[in-house]
Write a protein that binds this ligand. Structure first.
Ligand SMILES: [Zn+2]
Ligand SMILES: [Zn+2]
Length: 238
């Protein structure tokens, strides 16, 4: 059986109050944090690699041709730029949880375009405990919470753990360095029963090295499929 994460299960007070667009302040009748107009302004991922969603490639990127990612598929809601990048930054650095709802809704919409045989188990990319302590919350988990709620999928907040902090990915520009940073950084719980299919949620996927390492850890304990759900996808050099 999956265990539910420690994130609150019920509605928070802020959930009821969030009837204004986080962006323009207009009344948001969708109840998803962004009014329709502002949501349409968020940039899509253009010409993604079909395997890793690297933007602007249009065909399999060189990296995927050299070595296929460990995850089975990737779904991205937005390109990491413009309003989408600002939403991520508001969530991460200003603890703006309304931004998590806006991103989570976009991700739930993107996930709905995929055919799912059965409900996957939602797992957020874990943060190292020191960062959790500093920030007080895990941005990916806040987004995952909304995706799970909207899709009515179960959440597992204990399957995957980050055991090494390492430097922030955004500071490791060189790709080899990124891979070294995340190698062995994740550990999945060994259980008699693990979900067959995990939907792995992250706020920003840049090279895919981090979600790749997490997918490897999940496969190692018997998870058969890992579909990455990225609220935003950054390109190289972003
Ligand atoms: Zn708006
Ligand atoms: Zn690729």
């Amino acid at each position: 059986m999956w265990t539910w994460s420690r994130e609150p299960r019920g509605m928070r007070i802020g959930d009821w109050l969030g009837t204004r667009c986080v962006w323009c302040g207009a009344l948001d009748d969708t109840g998803h944090g962004l009014c329709g107009g502002c949501r349409r302004d968020l940039p899509p991922v253009v010409d993604p690699c079909p395997r890793c969603a690297e933007p602007g490639v249009g065909t399999s990127c060189a990296r995927c041709r050299a070595r296929a990612p460990r995850f089975d598929a990737i779904v991205c809601a937005y390109h990491y730029g413009g309003g989408a990048a600002e939403l991520v930054q508001r969530l991460k650095f200003s603890a703006d949880l309304a931004a998590a709802r806006a991103l989570g809704h976009g991700l739930a919409l993107a996930a709905a375009r995929l055919v799912w045989d059965a409900a996957p188990c939602v797992v957020a990319m874990p943060a190292h405990w020191t960062r959790l302590l500093r920030r007080g919350f895990n941005p990916a988990a806040e987004i995952a919470r909304w995706v799970a709620r909207e899709r009515a999928w179960p959440v597992d907040g204990r399957l995957l753990r980050r055991r090494r902090g390492g430097p922030a990915q955004s500071s490791a520009a060189d790709e080899a360095a990124r891979r070294r940073n995340v190698r062995g950084a994740f550990v999945a719980a060994r259980r008699r029963q693990v979900p067959a299919h995990v939907a792995l949620v992250d706020d920003v996927v840049t090279t895919g090295a981090t979600v790749d390492a997490a997918a490897r850890a999940l496969h190692s304990v018997g998870v058969r499929r890992v579909t990455v759900l990225a609220a935003t996808r950054a390109g190289r050099g972003q």
